[in-house]
Write a protein that binds this ligand. Sequence first.
Ligand code: FAD
Ligand code: UDP
Length: 374
Amino acid sequence: MKTDWLIVGAGFTGCVLAERIATQLGETVLLVDQRDHIAGNAYDCYDEHGILMHRYGPHIFHTNAQHIWDYLGQFTHWRSYYHQVLGVIDGQQVPIPFNFNSLYALFPQQFAAKLEKQLLELYEFNTKVPILKLRESASGDLKFLADYIYENIFKNYTQKQWDLNPEDLGSAVTGRVPIYLSRDNRYFQDRYQGMPNLGYTEMFRKMLDHANIRVLLNTPYQDIASEVQYRRMIFTGPIDEYFEHMHGELPYRSVHFGSGYDEKEQLQTVGTVNYPNEYRYTRITEFKHLTGQQHHGSSWMAEYPQPHVRGENDPYYPIPQQENRDLYQKYQVEAEKLKGQVLFAGRLGDYQYYNMDQAVARAMSLFDKQIKNI
Ligand code: FAD
Ligand code: UDP
């Protein structure tokens, strides 16, 4: 078998690169994935009850980059959707990220008003403050508030999700869900937010519908690499796997996804409910909120974080800690020795906690800088 490019992994990264190479360079691509479907972790499909669900956890698209929104918009219509999350705190469901509505829901009015005033003396309205920063800067009543939020929203959720304390991960991870000094209950504030109206998998099907692109599923690249003649390779699987773990295994977190169906129109009032302090799962998502599907019943998914064990479960989250970045650097040095013959990208190839839009941005910049003019 002969192809210009062998691309490993049919997720956002691999599919965008396949599309760019096929349409912009007119070169041929063989895109392989070990799974039985395209779309990587963004894969969605109809379950046995006819409900569109996401096999690998809820995926909500959000970006501030108009060019990324427009680029993907060539392959899908966007359904406008603003994700909302409630967290169960002291038996009440309050908006997450924690905001002034959460404050007033949890505390007596007068005390909440006092805390709101103190917060606004320290920060501007509409500011986002990571919990670890708030804990450093707060004193008096605000110290009490910061500790309360830390203990009730972040500490146990982070323990479940990462098996670490928030401080062990640094502000970037818990800062994804900052304290938000506003009344805006949306989970994201990006300019563009939505869901592909027919689902992610359909969007990728359109993206890959080109005479220069051939897709092989159920195919670990190791099984075919020796049979394929290619000029260059792009690898979007785990970089440590490519190098046969020669410097040791990079750690990842995995998740077990439990799902179910109930004969009810609606199971919860918003797309996702977080359970920082109870149960072994972190959150439950009801898909109809995300997809807008009409159905007499509803399907949900609970996420149970797990350690990643190679061969037993999938690596979903790189763990952003310095020692892991140091180990990743060693693999990057190996990658450089390949002098562009094999390019690495994506959440697993770059060992970076990318959102979907960041994976697209990374793929596009790799195409522009290391593929287009070479
Ligand atoms: P992937 O989607 O992981 O694709 C890599 C592909 O490579 C996989 O299909 C894999 O099977 C294949 N592969 C690996 N090794 C081999 C091999 N040896 N041979 C053949 N194939 C191989 N982002 C958002 O923006 N919004 C969200 O709401 C959101 N929610 C998320 C929820 C969860 C639970 C998770 C885990 C992630 C979420 N993300 C979200 C992040 C999003 O999934 C990633 O940004 C995106 O999937 C990255 O795409 P990728 O192509 O780099 O990797
Ligand atoms: N987080 C938390 N409590 C919450 C929500 C988030 O402690 O109710 C922390 C937790 O460490 C989590 C991180 O913030 O891993 C990022 O949350 P996000 O929802 O962005 O995670 P993802 O959707 O990527 O799993």
